[in-house]
Every structure is written in structure tokens, then in C-alpha cells.
Design a protein around this ligand. Structure first.
Ligand code: BEZ
Ligand code: FE
Length: 286
């Protein structure tokens, strides 16, 4: 098209992708053009503002490396990561939540009843429960992959002062589908503030905090892997998570362990409190 005007440019830009062979890619690109143009028509940015936006994205790119993806963080603070998670939720499964950037696949596999609290500060908490299928039956051999911060809100994978494998583990559930380990309660922390996304959050007066949480990936053969988190109701940041990861069913208070109560598995270390949480996985379809 030769006569490009504000009236014709959106259609022209959409049409320019019409030859894309992959129908899904074609659809996504054409809808992206549609929504981006609508955004620009709505916001009416000046040249200087549009350049500032491009420079912001350039700064995001400049700070990325093998371990850091500032664009993922941008998606997190805009609520897009959580929207995608929520839209892809499997009916009947435990609700998912964000993966975040601090997961590492190489956590040590520990036996049932293991203690992760070791020399970390904080009360010893038993984390235990059963991994079930949609029918409520335990899934023997399901794998729990857990990672968390220490009480100061720092992950081992970002803190050279902690042992490399601190406060993270994989555990194979027993014949009853049960997992159980003792640990300490994690602390809240802020999203990374040394990059353009953190600067934007701070400049706009938004809270940069994530409420304290345990992260989990739960896997089992023939089932959809579940990425989720657990939060605490008394956390000061539970209603203002910077990345919108909190879901009501994932907010749980540990309770004191009553002397003599059955703990179901032998534990390496006696806990003061316990948090019981069962996970439900759905079968892989298709
Ligand atoms: C996390 O929970 O590890 C996390 C998630 C999103 C952004 C930053 C951290
Ligand atoms: Fe986290």
C-alpha cells in the first residue's frame, strides 16, 4: 500500500504479516499489531516519550545475561506472567504460581524426613503433605522440588555466603504419596532493584516486595508438572505482591506441633510448627 495514513497503517501493518506460513504465528503477530496500535492511539505518545520507551527496553536488554532476564521481570511486574499462568491453569489441579528467576534444576535429592534447616536462623517448620491425582489417590514416586530464601530473604543461588545447596531439595514421595522435610520459614524480599524494572517500580511508588514464600515444582509420570508457591497469611506483603503471585488457596499458616502428635514419618529434626499442604496433579492429555 502506498498511501499510508493514520487510517490505513494498522490494516497495512497487519496485512504485512499475512504471508506467514505458521497460522498461529500469523495470528499472534496480527493481533499484536492490532493491540499495539490501539495502545498508541489511546496514549498518544510524543516522539520523546516513544524514544524513552525504546531506551527503557534497551536498558532491559543491556542488563540481561545468562542468569538474568529483565524482560521476564517486566512481564512479572505488569501482571502478564501471572495472567498467562492463570489462563493456563489445569481444572482440578492445585492452582499454580510464578516460577521466578531463582530456580535451579540441580537441587540435592533428600530422603523423607530430611532436615534442610541445618544452621539457618529461624524456627524449624515441618513441611509435609500428599501428592494426589484427580481422583484423590496418592501418587507414589511423585517428585517435590522445593526452593526458598533464608529468613533474610536471600536464595542460595544468589548469595555466595550460603552453601550452594542451602534450603532447596528434591524429594521422592513414598508409597502414600507423602513428602516431608523440616526447614525454616523463608523471609520476604524485593524484586531485583538494580535494573530498569526495579527503578520503574520504585519511581512510581509501587511496593517492590514479594511476600515470603516456598516455591515448588511437583512432577509425576503421566501428569502435568505443577509450578506453585505457598505464602503466609500474616506476611505484611501478602496483599501487595510485586509480581501478583498470591492465590487464596496457597496462603497457609503453619500451626504449632502438639507434643506427642503423630508425624507419620521419622524426622531428622523435631519441628516447632508444621505446615500441611496436599498437591493435586492432573493427567497429561493429548
Ligand atoms: C521469585 O519468587 O523468586 C521471583 C519471582 C518473580 C520475580 C522475582 C523473584
Ligand atoms: Fe521467590
Amino acid at each position: 500500500m502506498r498511501d499510508i495514513t493514520t487510517d490505513t497503517i494498522t490494516e497495512a501493518a497487519q496485512q504485512s504479516w499475512a504471508q506467514a506460513e505458521d497460522p498461529r504465528l500469523r495470528h499472534v503477530l496480527q493481533r499484536l499489531v492490532h493491540h499495539l496500535h490501539a495502545f498508541v492511539r489511546d496514549v498518544e505518545p510524543s516522539h520523546a516519550e516513544w524514544l524513552a520507551a525504546a531506551e527503557f527496553l534497551w536498558r532491559c536488554g543491556r542488563i540481561c545475561d545468562e542468569k538474568r532476564n529483565e524482560f521476564a521481570l517486566l512481564s512479572d511486574v505488569l501482571g502478564v506472567t501471572s495472567l498467562v499462568d492463570l489462563m493456563n491453569a489445569a481444572p482440578g489441579a492445585t492452582i499454580g504460581s510464578v516460577l521466578g528467576p531463582f530456580y535451579s534444576d540441580d537441587s540435592p535429592t533428600v530422603p523423607l524426613g530430611a532436615d534442610l534447616s541445618k544452621d539457618n536462623e529461624g524456627d524449624v517448620v515441618l513441611l509435609t503433605g500428599i501428592v494426589r491425582n484427580l481422583e484423590g489417590r496418592p501418587i507414589s514416586g511423585a517428585i517435590i522440588d522445593m526452593w526458598q530464601t533464608n529468613a533474610a530473604g536471600t536464595y542460595a543461588t544468589q548469595d555466595p555466603a550460603q552453601p550452594d545447596e542451602n534450603l532447596r531439595c528434591k524429594q521422592v514421595c513414598n508409597a502414600d504419596g507423602r513428602y516431608a522435610f523440616t526447614t525454616v520459614a523463608p523471609g520476604p524480599y524485593t524484586i531485583p532493584l538494580d535494573g530498569p524494572v526495579g527503578a520503574l517500580v520504585e519511581r512510581t511508588g509501587r511496593s517492590p516486595w514479594r511476600p515470603a514464600h516456598f516455591h515448588f515444582i511437583v512432577r509425576a509420570d503421566g501428569h502435568r508438572s505443577l509450578v506453585t508457591e505457598l505464602f503466609f497469611p500474616d506476611d505484611p506483603h501478602v496483599d501487595s505482591d510485586a509480581v501478583f503471585g498470591v492465590r487464596e488457596p496457597l496462603v497457609r499458616a503453619p500451626r504449632p506441633v502438639v507434643q506427642g502428635e503423630p508425624l507419620r514419618v521419622p524426622l531428622q529434626r523435631p519441628p516447632g510448627r508444621r505446615l500441611d499442604f496436599d498437591f493435586t496433579l492432573v493427567p497429561v492429555t493429548g
